[in-house]
Design a protein around this ligand. Structure first.
Ligand code: XMP
Length: 505
């Protein structure tokens, strides 16, 4: 399986580049920019390198760099934005701070014939996002394109290319053509498929985990389910999947997980820890403290399980967007201090194995399908690690969790009936710690309100509230107040993210 590697200098779009290359049919993964050269040499079928963008300036002492020996690997190298400047800098050219920045869509002129721009017109619209510019080219390099602001907006050297703009974003209409040309330059075969990825990953995992026992927290979400099946196909019963019944899960969740995984050759352990979780949450009202309490208990339970099972490896279904939200890629700026990744903090004294870490959600879904997971899992909405505890605003009690659980079930069921479930990111209920007056059966009531939250999102980074048809909202509202005796009022959350988040806590 031919591969391209993106070396990540902390750019916002580093992973988008890898995704685009995969869309073009060649397998691509992202590695830290300072990946040792020996490691790169060991990658089988490595056909080309792409140096990503990044926020730093190449001439600063501490800015991220890569090993200069990458130019001696005998494979084509393409630099994008920071990567473009870095190539110039490392090869003896000059990069300086531009007089002004160049941001947004810009007109770019192809000034010299190059394989990189084959099939392009003389003038192209490209998307720019930079302040520094390449002022002088290294020896043996030629300019192949420019903009008004950047005379050296693209260059070519021997087996090396650089573009100041971002071909990977959709604002560069012919960006995919440029990436496709780069793949041709690399002579990379474009025959990658999810099936190959599954096969290759399983065989890599078998090699890596040989003779070790592993454990995974299986929540029944698509990520952990896919990771569990992938690893179990590699090491069989040496993987133990643990489903922790926290008491904070969705309606009939445990039964659902048992039913789905009974069809797979997976060693599944169910741990009933409801009491422990509710005890740990007693008196806790602060959202972060809730997460900490839950995380801590998860770790405790996991340590117990790992000890009992003699596991030394922890498998997690972390996907790419979990990592970017947590600011985990080495040089990216931290967007916000997010929740623990994939529901489990990293303090466990176990070797970490994250086979999905470079995949986007829709790619994980495709992989899940390839592995034979049912649609019920593949299309299931995501669910936060801390579960319903962060949907009960204020103190969490079993009674309050039960209210939210029932209400969420109604929201989901009505959306499914209306054929809207698959089109939204998440749909759930939140219980507020206040009460309001109502009238039911000629009597005054004083009860909690439920907030219904339904959001659309592509990648969890941003979200819009979903424009639910009023009839559906009304059915949801009526059912919630009819079927849940502790509720007399239903609200619909019309906030987008940002400024709100999807969850209330
Ligand atoms: P927010 O509320 O940050 O949520 O807009 C974005 C996505 O992340 C999920 N989420 C969590 N997942 N642990 C998790 O594993 C958490 O602590 C957590 N908080 C939010 C949320 O459900 C949504 O899909």
């Amino acid at each position: 399986m031919d591969r391209i590697v993106v070396l990540d200098f902390g750019g916002q779009y580093s992973h988008l580049i890898s995704r685009r290359i995969r869309e073009l049919g060649t397998y691509c993964e992202v590695l830290p920019c300072d990946t040792p050269i020996e490691e790169l040499r060991r990658i089988p079928d490595l056909k080309g390198l792409i140096l990503s963008g990044g926020a730093a300036s190449v001439y600063e002492k501490d800015s991220p760099k890569c090993d200069e020996r990458i130019f001696g690997l005998g494979i084509p190298v393409l630099g994008i934005c920071y990567g473009h400047q870095l190539i110039a800098h490392l090869r003896g050219g000059k990069v300086v701070r531009g007089e002004s920045g160049e941001y947004g869509v810009t007109e770019f002129k192809v000034t010299k014939k190059s394989k990189l721009f084959e099939g392009l017109k003389g003038k192209e619209r490209v998307w720019m996002n930079h302040r520094d510019v390449v002022r002088e080219l290294p020896e043996g390099f030629e300019v192949i394109g420019s903009t008004d602001h950047s005379p050296i907006a693209a260059f070519e050297g021997k087996n090396v290319y650089g573009v100041q703009f971002h071909p990977e974003v959709s604002h560069t209409p012919n960006g995919m053509k440029i990436l496709e040309n780069f793949l041709s330059i690399c002579k990379a075969r474009r025959a990658w498929s999810m099936r190959d990825f599954a096969k290759r990953t399983i065989s890599d995992l078998r090699e890596r985990l040989k003779g070790k026992r592993a454990i995974i927290a299986l929540s029944g979400g698509v990520d952990s389910s896919t990771a569990a099946i992938l690893v179990s196909k590699a090491i069989g019963k040496d993987l133990v999947a643990v489903y922790v019944d926290t008491g904070l899960m969705r309606e009939e969740d445990r039964e659902f997980v048992e039913k789905v995984f009974s069809k797979f050759d997976l060693k599944l352990r169910i741990v009933d820890a409801k009491e422990r979780f509710f005890n740990a949450l007693k008196g806790v009202t602060d959202p972060e403290e809730k997460r900490r309490a839950i995380g801590k208990l998860f770790v405790e339970i996991f340590e117990e399980m790992a000890r009992e099972e003699g596991a030394e490896v922890l498998v997690q279904g972390t996907i790419y967007s979990d990592r970017i939200e947590s600011g985990i890629t080495k040089y990216s700026s931290r967007i916000k201090s997010h929740h623990n990744v994939a529901g489990l903090p990293r303090e466990l004294n176990l070797e970490l194995c994250e086979p999905l870490k470079d995949l986007y959600k829709d790619e994980v879904r495709r992989l899940a399908k390839e592995l034979g997971l049912p649609d019920e899992i593949i299309k299931r909405h995501v669910f936060p690690g801390p579960g319903l505890a962060i949907r009960v605003v204020g103190e969490v009690t079993p009674e309050k969790v039960e209210i939210v659980r029932k209400a969420s079930y109604i929201v989901e069921e009505e959306l499914k009936k209306a054929g809207l479930y698959d089109g939204v990111w998440m749909a759930f209920a939140v219980l507020l710690p206040i009460k309001s007056v109502g009238v039911q059966g000629d009597e005054r009531s004083y009860k909690h309100p439920i907030v219904v939250r339904i959001v659309e999102s592509r990648d969890a980074m941003t979200a819009n509230f979903f424009r639910v048809p009023y009839e559906v909202l009304e059915r949801i509202s009526t059912r919630i107040t009819n079927e849940i005796s502790q509720v007399n009022r239903v609200l619909y959350d019309i906030s987008n993210k940002p400024p709100a988040t999807m969850e209330w806590e």
